[in-house]
Design a protein around this ligand. Structure first.
Ligand code: NDP
Length: 263
């Protein structure tokens, strides 16, 4: 008799998670480690990232290491991916998750603000995806890329009834990266590289905890499920896309938003 249950086993996988040391990225790192993968966590400046990696490694008895790398630097990102491939590889999957936001009225936004947001949310995702694709195309290896976009790719978030949360660079960067996903999926399908987006709704992380409580309360009230998500609630969709169960999924944007986009 065949065994019961639905199994996702990443024992032979090695997955890179950018921004994998905290927030939603940490939940992704933990989920793929739990499924048995070797995990390379990329962080920019958090000093405790190596400790986070060690803790996960112990919890699930898998190899987890932290690598410092600014994903907005294309050369540095290529070098870091090559190093990970040699030390922990072959790399089989990528979660391009690192992202930042600037909340300011449009009239006050600067070119520096634009660069800060787009260099990570769009260029950084592109650099990470291309570094992974180069590894796989050179090795004639298939791969799966999951990009963390946002439901903000589709909507303007509210701070209060009929009042915008002022972050036009952030929302437009997510629109850009959701479209980038489709283009990369189309270009790399012949190499058996799948590229998809997980687009979260409101999630309790450092990014949202810095917002005014009135704004967060208003946002939570307007989500059909009536609350922000916890980071681990984003992981099922990403794990599915990274796994062989997602073998016919590419170029898609998958919303995990508590129903927000029904409005
Ligand atoms: P956090 O602010 O909690 O964490 C951001 C992570 O990205 C950190 O690990 C940080 O590293 C890393 N990072 C930032 N810039 C760089 C860089 N240049 N190079 C490498 N790593 C970098 O973010 P969240 O967990 O809230 O968000 C994760 C993703 O989910 C983002 O793309 C965000 O836009 C998206 N998202 C979040 C939502 C939410 O409600 N929180 C909703 C929808 C989407 P370090 O710790 O070293 O600074």
């Amino acid at each position: 008799m065949a065994p019961k249950g639905f199994m996702i086993d990443f024992s032979n996988k090695c997955i890179i998670v950018t921004g994998g040391n905290r927030g939603i990225g940490y939940a992704f790192s933990r989920a793929v480690a739990q499924a048995g993968a070797r995990v390379a966590i990329i962080y920019r400046s958090s000093k405790d990232a190596p400790d986070v990696a060690q803790k996960l490694s112990k919890e699930f008895n898998v190899d987890v290491k932290a690598y410092q790398c600014d994903v907005s630097d294309a050369d540095g990102t290529n070098k870091t991916f090559n190093k990970i491939d040699k030390e922990m590889g072959p790399v089989t999957g990528l979660v391009a998750n690192a992202g930042v936001s600037v909340v300011k009225p449009a009239l006050e936004l600067t070119t520096d603000d634009f660069n800060k947001v787009y260099n990570v949310n769009v260029l950084g995702v592109f650099n990470s995806a291309r570094a992974a694709a180069k590894l796989w195309i050179d090795a004639k290896h298939a791969g799966s890329i999951v990009i963390t976009s946002s439901m903000s790719s589709q909507i303007i978030n509210q701070a209060a009834p009929n009042k915008a949360l002022t972050q036009v660079f952030y929302n437009s960067s997510k629109g850009a990266v959701s479209n980038l996903t489709k283009g990369l999926a189309a270009e790399w399908a012949p190499y058996h590289i799948r590229v998809n987006t997980v687009s979260p709704g409101y999630v309790n992380t450092d990014q949202t905890s810095h917002m005014d409580k009135h704004i967060r309360d208003h946002q939570a009230r307007n989500v059909p499920l009536g609350r922000f998500a916890e980071p681990h609630e984003m992981t099922g969709q990403a794990v599915l896309l990274l796994s062989d169960h997602g073998s016919y999924m590419t170029g898609g944007e998958y919303f995990v938003d508590g129903g927000q986009l029904v409005w």
